[in-house]
Design a protein around this ligand. Structure first.
Ligand code: HEC
Ligand code: HEC
Length: 158
């Protein structure tokens, strides 16, 4: 039974340790938004862009973002020490539970899951005046602020 042997070999190969992790281990969490959110995070991290749900990145990524708020993507987003600590604790308590890589990008948009999921969207679309940047999630995802990103809530603006 050559065929069944081949199928078994293929199945074993898929289960083998060392098989490439999904998105190279850079996967968003499930869910991306914890049941209880933090009021300071909501207030302080939503004034220039939407408050990004914690499950979109790893704890190490959040740690880096929060440690560098004074030089935050060309702007100063620094907060007092107590607020910084509270928001850091919130973000690092609810990071992606499917991120297995040792990497820690400081952009959600640099994670492998993001690049794969948005790979078909041309850079010209992200540059539209109605969108401006891939980081502007809620330009396309109608329910992004609630942590909902499924295909039903996606509408790319003209
Ligand atoms: C003073 C304005 C401002 C505030 C306040 C601010 N940010 Fe940002 N943030 C920016 C800008 C500007 C960018 C770059 C956006 C872009 O590339 O389009 C950015 C980008 C980011 C990114 C990367 C997005 C991506 O994937 O490209 C993360 C993560 C982020 N901010 C987290 C936070 C967190 C957490 C807070 C609250 C502690 C916060 N930001 C508060 C201005 C701000
Ligand atoms: C130009 C519009 C646009 C922007 C901006 C955008 N997305 Fe998307 N996103 C899409 C489209 C289109 C899809 C594919 C929808 C599909 O078929 O699943 C997608 C897919 C996704 C998915 C997968 C959904 C699923 O159920 O598989 C997630 C999660 C996601 N986006 C999160 C984000 C986040 C977080 C940001 C901001 C950092 C962002 N997106 C910015 C258009 C956009």
């Amino acid at each position: 039974m050559r065929l069944s042997r081949l199928l078994i070999a293929l199945a074993l190969a898929a289960l083998a340790p060392g098989a490439q992790a999904k998105y190279n281990g850079e996967n968003r969490g499930k869910p991306v938004m914890p049941a209880a959110t933090n009021a300071k995070w909501q207030a302080e991290c939503s004034s220039c862009h939407m408050a990004y749900p914690p499950g979109l990145m790893s704890a190490a990524s959040w740690q880096k973002v929060m440690a560098g708020l004074d030089k935050h993507f060309g702007t100063d987003a620094s907060l007092d020490a107590a607020t910084t600590r509270e928001i850091t604790d919130y973000l690092t308590a609810h990071p992606s539970n499917r991120w297995t890589a040792a990497t820690a990008p400081i952009r959600i948009t640099e994670a492998e899951w993001f690049k794969v999921k948005h790979g078909k969207i041309g850079s010209g679309i992200f540059q539209r005046a109605s969108i401006k940047s891939p980081a502007n999630c809620n330009a396309c995802h109608q329910h992004a602020e609630g942590g909902v990103f499924d295909e039903h809530g996606v509408q790319i603006p003209k």
